[in-house]
Design a protein around this ligand. Structure first.
Ligand code: CAA
Length: 412
């Protein structure tokens, strides 16, 4: 595990810019875009102009090369103001990581500078109607037609769909293979046969579109096969999720902080029994618990992100990403629930901003891998790690050995 979390000057600078944009363009319009379910282009343009889309793109392709920790700081600041806008930003990293981690030099040179400049937005098309948690059970097919691939089928829950210009799409190229079934492709908006069909009507994060993407015999040039090798798609998807989960976890930390700050201000203003409710111990307990959990989540998220920046893809970082995603998003749901409780009856009404924090929080526990899947990933790593803890075998008697305390006593 990463011991020292070091924030680069660049990361701190980007965090400060994100805070400014959040205060000026995101928070003041959060209720409006939630209500009308439209994308906040004004804020996205401000993000692009300020160079924040460069955060996660390597320097050689026009980015800041500031890494996953800087991405987390930016996502956190934006999500503090509006969790939906936080993901509208972070999903560009999710969609870009397959190219960054697995793309050919030509693909990186062609697509990453446009993403870095904020000229093109990105989306990630993995999930399908019948393949959510079981990400290897995809049905969308990509047929090798000699000089191109032809993609057929439907994807579900594509965040940023319609707004995005570049889509990382995962499809089956070899249905007979177990481990090399899936390949990843870059599909550009406007490619004939590629259409946005259903725009979902959502409980939360309503300012960012989540859509169905349909592929009706979509011709994709061979040079858009990510990495230039078929069969690498599942690995690319898993590595991408390891890199992106600290970003969604940071979004959760921002959402927790945003909800807690509102509850704190309200608790100090709202009077009951002749004093602000923050003077009542039961409210104080809620505020203290919110603060404790949010700070614990923040430290875990920063450690997970710093670990990735430090050594790149590794089993330890995969586990940390799952720990951070699971913990921080569970915390966000708990904090949002308690924050509504602090607001009491007013919290249940849409007249106050806290109800939106509650609605926005739920998806955090679901997307980028449900928290059940995160626990599965964590447990699988733990089971592997048990093999490295052999030294402890001697302290755990088998069913037929002397009890542990008797061995201890005999040795004394
Ligand atoms: N890095 C690299 N390779 C990995 C890996 C990782 N983290 N995890 C697994 N692999 C490799 C394995 O080594 C194995 O390779 P071989 O076949 O060569 O041995 C292969 O992938 C298959 O691994 P598993 O047997 O572990 O695969 P599985 O079918 O049991 O599934 C899973 C594993 C973790 C459950 C995976 O399906 C998963 O992560 N599911 C959740 C999907 C998900 O997160 N979806 C989110 C969609 S995006 C989204 O929600 C974004 C949004 O809207 C904003």
């Amino acid at each position: 595990m990463q011991q020292n979390i070091v924030f680069s000057e660049k990361a701190r600078e980007l965090q400060a810019i994100a805070k400014e944009i959040a205060d000026k363009y995101v928070r003041p319009n959060a209720a409006k875009y939630d209500k009308i379910q439209e994308y906040n282009f004004e804020a996205a343009q401000a993000v692009a102009k300020a160079g924040l889309f460069r955060t996660f793109i390597p320097k050689e392709y026009g980015g800041h090369g500031a890494g996953v920790l800087a991405l987390a700081l930016v996502a956190e600041e934006l999500a503090k103001a509006d969790s939906g806008f936080g993901v509208a930003f972070a999903v560009n990293a999710l969609g870009s990581f397959p190219i960054i981690l697995g793309g050919t030099e030509e693909q990186k040179k062609k697509f990453l500078p446009q993403i870095a400049a904020g000229d093109k937005f990105v989306a990630f098309c993995l999930s399908e109607k019948f393949a959510g948690s079981d990400a290897s059970g995809l049905a969308v097919r990509a047929f090798d037609r000699g000089d191109h691939y032809e993609i057929c089928g439907e994807k579900k829950w594509t965040t940023n769909g319609g707004v995005a210009d570049i889509y990382s799409v995962f499809a089956v190229t070899d249905p007979t293979s177990k481990s090399r079934r899936i390949s990843a492709f870059i599909v550009e908006k406007g490619t004939p046969g590629f259409e946005i069909k259903k725009v979902e009507d959502k409980m939360g994060i309503r300012c960012v579109p989540v859509v169905e993407t349909h592929f009706d015999h979509v011709k994709v040039p061979k040079e858009n096969l990510i990495g230039g090798r078929a069969g690498m798609g599942f690995k690319h998807a898993m590595m991408t999720l390891d890199f992106a989960r600290p970003g969604v976890a940071a979004q959760a930390v921002g959402a927790s902080q945003g909800a807690m700050d509102l509850a704190n201000v309200y608790a100090n203003r709202r009077q009951q029994f002749g004093v602000p409710i923050s003077q009542h111990q039961m409210v104080q307990k809620m505020l203290a618990d919110m603060s404790m959990k949010t700070e614990a989540a923040r430290q875990l998220v920063y450690a997970a992100a710093a670990g990735i920046d430090d050594v790149g893809p590794s089993p330890a970082n995969s586990k940390m990403a799952a720990l951070a995603k699971c913990f921080a998003t569970d915390v966000a749901m708990e904090v949002a629930t308690d924050a509504v409780q602090v607001f009491g009856g007013y919290g249940f009404m849409e007249d106050y901003p806290i109800a939106k924090f509650f609605r926005d929080a739920k998806i955090l526990q679901i997307y980028e891998g449900t928290n059940q899947i995160q626990r599965l990933v964590i447990a699988r790593h733990m089971i592997r790690e048990a093999g490295e803890l052999d030294i402890l075998q001697q302290y755990i008697p088998t069913e037929t050995q002397e009890p542990y305390h008797q061995v201890e006593a005999a040795q004394a």
